[in-house]
Ligand binder design. Structure first.
Ligand code: NDP
Length: 322
């Protein structure tokens, strides 16, 4: 029997990207499907992972040998600030169910997903894998952040007490097809794409909140998918790995907005609302550990990844999460 890889959260931004890569890279290649492998991409409709019985039933149905655990309650700043207890509790429940069921089912390997936004608020930059727990997270997302940090604590405990091969990935800001483009609750790239698309459609100005100066690292979901597949196959330590582009690949919000204007083909009035808050100027994460372990990786150029994302959004406007 070949390996069965269960991807929880398989219908989200990152899950869909892993599905794309597994179906499109040459079979047997570094990121392609291995002969005999079966991949399952589960949505919440297959089982609500907040519930232990439904989680157990999902594992009994597919009998996964490996799990990439992406399912989570995720949301933008506003939702994180408003629903701190909900973010804490639901993510703790989901993660505990997945980790414990993986242990009870003798799963050979489990990779869970943290995020660079769970790092301490006051911390030395660039972020690295050693300082996740060295201080409280930003108060705006402390529910989500503590739930995610606890996964790393649990991974170590399962590893030490039961020898489980559990680990975690720490992605930076992700974007790509199948993202959440909801104007109220999306991350910066999908929100700006949707705004610019509306401005073009309605002949209204495209206004970007803030000065456009802050710098951020963004990873294309298809690149992140390859890094998860690498981690599944080639990385065997409990310690987390940051999955990100390099510090020298930060882009400003203005560069993002310029690229969106170009990709959308928007020719109307375009400005920055400098009365709106900017957030932190930069919060770079180091991908040194990743590149050293992988022996290098070629990231998709930002403009190309953005063009592909905009093209996907325009083609799938009627079915996208908006
Ligand atoms: P999405 O919001 O796109 O997808 C979330 C997925 O989780 C969906 O498949 C959803 O299923 C599933 N899900 C949510 N709640 C439950 C539940 N109770 N039971 C079962 N499944 C559930 O998320 P992303 O793809 O953006 O994120 C994937 C992971 O990456 C998350 O762990 C997130 O914290 C992390 N991450 C994301 C970043 C980003 O920029 N997007 C940055 C860093 C980390 P359904 O479709 O049925 O609702």
């Amino acid at each position: 029997m070949g390996d069965v890889i269960l991807v929880t959260g398989g219908t989200g931004l990152v899950g869909k990207a892993i599905e794309y890569v597994i179906n499109n890279e040459p079979e047997g290649s570094r990121f392609g499907r291995k002969p005999g492998e079966k991949w399952i991409f589960a949505s919440s409709k297959e089982g609500d992972l907040r519930d232990p019985e439904q989680t157990k039933a999902l594992f009994e149905k597919y009998k996964p040998t490996h799990v990439i655990h992406l399912a989570a309650l995720v949301g933008g700043l506003f939702k994180n600030m408003k629903y701190k207890l909900t973010f804490l509790r639901e993510n703790v429940l989901i993660n505990d169910n997945i980790l414990h069921t993986s242990y009870l089912s003798n799963t050979k390997k489990l990779i869970s997903c943290l995020s660079t936004c769970v790092f301490p608020d006051k911390v030395e930059y660039p972020l690295n894998e050693l300082n996740i727990h060295n201080g409280p997270p930003h108060e705006s997302n402390f529910g989500y952040a503590h739930a995610k940090r606890l996964v790393d604590v649990q991974n170590h405990a399962y590893n030490e007490e039961f020898g489980c091969n559990f680990t975690s990935a720490i992605p930076t800001n992700v974007f790509g097809p199948h993202d959440n483009f909801d104007l109220e609750d999306a991350h910066v790239i999908p929100a700006l794409i949707h705004k610019c698309y509306n401005a073009k459609k309605n002949g209204t100005p495209f206004v970007v909140a803030g000065t456009g100066k802050p710098l951020r690292q963004f990873i294309y979901s298809h690149d992140l998918a390859k890094l998860f597949i690498w981690q599944l196959r080639e990385y065997d330590s409990v310690e987390p790995v940051i999955l990100s582009v390099g510090e020298n690949e930060e882009v400003s919000i203005k560069q993002v907005a310029d690229a969106i204007v170009k990709a959308v083909g928007f020719q109307g009035e375009y400005s920055f609302d400098t009365s709106r808050a900017d957030g932190q100027f930069r919060k770079p994460a180091s991908n040194e550990k990743l590149l050293k372990l992988m022996g290098g990786f070629e990231f998709t150029p930002f403009d190309k990844a953005l063009d592909d994302t905009v093209a996907w959004f325009v083609a799938n406007y009627n079915s996208a999460r908006i």
